[in-house]
Write a protein that binds this ligand. Structure first.
Ligand code: AMP
Ligand code: GLY
Length: 421
């Protein structure tokens, strides 16, 4: 098979790494890819958002499967266009991806089908939003409705912080059109977990659960980021809970999309908070999570391409999906200043002391002519290790990360710490 992966994050490096192990694959392309994918596949130079050029290229290549990593091309209808061109695609249609791309849509969907979620209200008018906000209990959550690279959410503990966030989204328009409407919602208290599932619209198969760390600094301080680390499996989240959430939340969501004429195919990511009143949905994503994918895929025993073809051909029901019992920890190394402004172009040095068995999944990193790898983005790479126990996996990551360096780098020291103390 010829497979084309779209995206350039550590998630796509992990996807490409896993796909490259499939005996079904003889030619693997990534567009635009990064320094990591360059070593295991052929990078093409089309941006992930350039849907027209990607579809054209996929036709030229006679691709047998296109795997869409990020949400932007899904939002732009890449799955629909590939399907029209007769090219098998792993990723939902534009209409199905609204579960992620419009928080207003996903909330209506959850309300209609009795799926528990954070209560709140959507506004398109700034002064109405402001007067509603005045009356809300603290802490309160302010979110941009559209896509904002995981940074559109403020969990405000003071009213001033909440007003500032609202103004930044609706008046200053820091996220552009994504801030045309805003959601003000209750702050849910409890542990947060990400449960991803494969689905072909008929069958839903949950993956192993993972936890993500969104805040930039240790002990969940500082602004939200695209994700600073993750681990799988969380000790507080047992198999019964996976089944319960699959039955009560994921299946009804997926089946309702089919009933409404927008069947959902691909990965559905459900972000949840385990409140005293039971699990409640924070968000859906129409794709694999980043950095969850970097700790989930190393635990997958089954051929990922087999699973993806099961989804594409709507035969997921006859695909057996198996996982290891290993624990897996991933820590993101970021550029100095991220999630604010940062400078790129610093050489990344990986010492020969780094253990062979750990994974370095690159994101904002590019290979220069001559082979030197330099920083090229905010989140630069994820260091991932597996172990028989969480402690073993965690120790491996933190022992090895000291031997990976670039100017200004920073990373959290407390990823998975709560699981081992
Ligand atoms: P989102 O982009 O919607 O996933 O939000 C980013 C992060 O903000 C989430 O992963 C949570 O940690 C936090 N968050 C969002 N909404 C809420 C909420 N209603 N209650 C508590 N925390 C929230
Ligand atoms: N880890 C959060 C996300 O992928 O959106």
């Amino acid at each position: 098979m010829k497979v084309l992966v779209i995206g350039n994050g550590a998630r796509e490096h992990a996807l490409t790494w896993k796909i490259s192990q499939s005996p079904l694959v003889d030619k693997l392309y990534v567009t635009p890819g990064n320094a990591g994918t360059a070593g295991i596949a052929q990078n093409l130079n089309i941006a992930a958002s350039d849907v027209i050029s990607i579809v054209k290229k996929a036709k030229e290549l006679h691709a047998d499967l296109v795997v869409v990593g990020p949400e932007a091309p899904l939002a732009a209808g890449i799955a629909d266009q590939l399907q029209q061109a007769g090219i098998p695609v792993f990723g939902p249609s534009q209409a199905a991806a609204r579960l992620e791309t419009s928080k207003a849509f996903s909330r209506e969907h959850m309300q209609k089908y009795g799926i528990p979620y954070a209560a709140g209200k959507t506004f398109t008018d700034y002064s109405e939003a402001k007067s509603y906000l005045e009356k809300q209990a603290l802490p309160v959550v302010v979110k941009a409705d559209g896509l904002a690279a995981g940074k559109g959410v403020t969990v405000a503990s003071t009213r001033e912080e909440a007003f500032n966030a609202l103004q930044a989204i609706m008046e200053t328009k820091i996220f552009g059109k994504a801030g045309d409407s805003v959601i003000i919602e209750e702050c849910l208290l409890g542990k947060e977990v990400s449960l991803l599932a494969f689905t072909d619209g008929k069958t839903v198969v949950p993956m192993v659960p993972a936890c993500d760390y969104k805040r930039v600094y240790d002990n969940d301080r500082g602004p939200n980021t695209g994700g600073m680390g993750s681990y799988s499996p969380p000790g507080f989240f047992d198999y019964d809970m996976i089944l319960k959430i699959t039955e009560a939340i994921i299946k009804p969501t997926v089946y309702a999309m089919s009933q409404e004429g927008s069947p959902y195919k691909g990965v559905l990511y459900t972000g949840l908070i385990m409140t005293d009143a039971g699990p409640k949905v924070l968000e859906f994503n129409a794709r694999f999570g980043d950095p969850e994918t970097q700790v989930i895929l190393p635990r997958l025993k089954t051929d990922l391409v087999d699973i993806m073809m099961g989804v594409v051909n709507e035969k997921l029901g006859s695909t057996q999906i198996k996982w290891t019992k290993d624990a897996c920890v991933g820590v993101v190394m970021a550029s100095g200043g991220y999630p604010g402004d940062y400078i790129t172009g610093f050489p990344i040095e990986v010492s020969s002391k780094v253990d062979k068995e750990i994974h370095i999944f690159y994101a904002g990193a590019k290979k220069q002519d001559g082979g030197r790898i330099v920083t090229d983005g905010g989140r630069v790479l994820t260091v991932t290790a597996t172990g028989k126990t969480m402690k073993e996996a965690r120790d491996k990551v933190y022992r090895n990360i000291q031997h990976i360096r670039f100017d200004g780098n920073h990373y959290r020291k407390d990823i998975a710490a709560r699981e081992v103390t």
